[in-house]
Design a protein around this ligand. Structure first.
Ligand code: SF4
Length: 377
């Protein structure tokens, strides 16, 4: 580490200042040169089309690049332009999204495509502020689209960027709190390359994703090691600082896979999820949610009492093991009761539909996993 930087690091340790550093362009140049040599060849990097950049950013919000790539290709193939996405049926969009999770992203994608098509004549707004007003577009996505597609000097700040900057400048404030974000943002405003902000933003994200990783980053070979205050202070593994996650909610879903035989095979009851809860617009089975884990008999008794779920002529043929399904703030324990009914009219499900082919319906990953593992389907 240059002496000058050492002095600055000592200042940081002493009084928490971390924004007063020498020539930010040096770091920027090293970082972008590293990017040019090491970047992954990804399809949304070869375009300035805001539709493709926006789509890729929405897909990658909660998804790894290797998983998101095939979804990106599928969407572009099916909806090559924003107008085609706007005209699509929401069920088709959700179906294409199936398996990616966080389905509000798909619903917002569709809503925003309609707004772009109707209110903006098919053209994405080019400013950060206007982009931010679109559904499902937060500060990160607005920065990415405005800088990459329109060359606006707006820094991006995602988890990878927060890790790199907090280490380079030994920022010890929690990066998931507003004071920490503010500090990181003001550093990034000094670092960003005003001539090519899109390239800089992608460079720092890529550096965080591929090089300055959460565990054991290769500091000894790092092109930025001479500037890195965390390395000099031997606090690399301690950064970034994050405040504890909020408590996760545990939920217990008891599904009833109710089936009925017709001449052409088995039919199942599905319901479309509505209301303010997870998986809005997707399809699952009738179910009872209990506040805690309950024995099978107790669940069946409740279902029988309610009559809706298990009609008198029904036979419970199997009960699955417990499925554990982790969402960001919820842990779902699910169990599936297979129920055969002899007489279709004994089921009085106004809100349910009978289906033969599950493939036509967008399903939560949990239901998809169950169907894949249950060999009777
Ligand atoms: S020296 Fe280590 S901690 Fe610092 S930027 Fe490089 S990889 Fe990250």
């Amino acid at each position: 580490m240059p002496n000058e930087n050492k002095k600055k690091f000592n200042n940081i340790a002493a009084n928490g200042e971390h924004i007063n550093f020498g020539n930010p362009m040096e770091i920027t140049q090293v970082l972008t040169a590293w990017y040019d040599e090491n970047k992954r060849d990804l399809p949304w990097r070869n375009t300035k089309d805001p539709y493709r950049i926006w789509l890729s950013e929405i897909i990658l919000q909660q998804t790894r690049v290797d998983q998101g790539l095939s979804y990106y290709h599928r969407f572009i193939e099916r909806f090559p332009a924003v107008q085609q996405l706007a005209e699509a049926d929401i069920n088709d969009v959700l179906k294409l999204w199936q398996g990616l999770g966080y389905y509000s992203r798909a619903r917002n994608l569709h809503e925003t495509a309609k707004i772009i098509t109707d209110a903006f004549q098919g053209k994405f707004p080019d400013s950060y502020e206007k982009l931010l007003q679109l559904k499902g577009v937060g500060p990160y996505t607005a920065s990415a689209v405005s800088s990459i597609a329109f060359g606006k000097p707006v820094p991006v700040l995602d988890g990878n960027v927060a890790r790199v900057v907090s280490r380079l400048f030994a920022v010890t404030e929690p990066v998931n709190e507003s004071s920490g974000k503010k500090s990181l943002y003001s550093i990034l405003e000094k670092l960003i390359d005003k001539n090519d902000p899109g390239r800089f933003n992608q460079a720092i994200m890529e550096f965080g994703a591929l090089w300055c990783t959460p565990r054991n980053p290769p500091c000894e070979k790092c092109v930025l090691s001479a500037f890195c205050m965390a390395r000099a202070g031997k606090i690399v593994e301690k950064l970034p600082v994050k405040t504890k996650k909020i408590n996760q909610r545990k939920r217990y879903f008891n599904y009833f896979v109710i089936k009925f035989k017709q001449d052409d095979g088995w039919y199942y009851y599905l319901r479309k999820r509505t209301g303010k809860d997870i998986w809005l617009g997707l399809y699952d089975f009738p179910m009872i949610e209990t506040p805690s884990f309950q024995e099978q008999e107790k669940v069946l008794e409740t279902a029988r009492l309610q009559k809706i779920l298990i009609p008198a002529d029904a036979v419970v043929t199997a009960v699955s093991d417990n499925y554990r399904h982790q969402l960001t703030h919820q842990l779902i324990h699910a169990r599936f009761f297979s129920v055969e009914v002899k007489n279709k009219s004994s089921v009085n499900f106004h809100q349910y539909i009978m289906v033969k082919d599950f493939e036509k319906y967008p399903l939560p990953k949990l239901i998809e996993n169950f169907l894949l593992q249950a060999n009777e389907f």
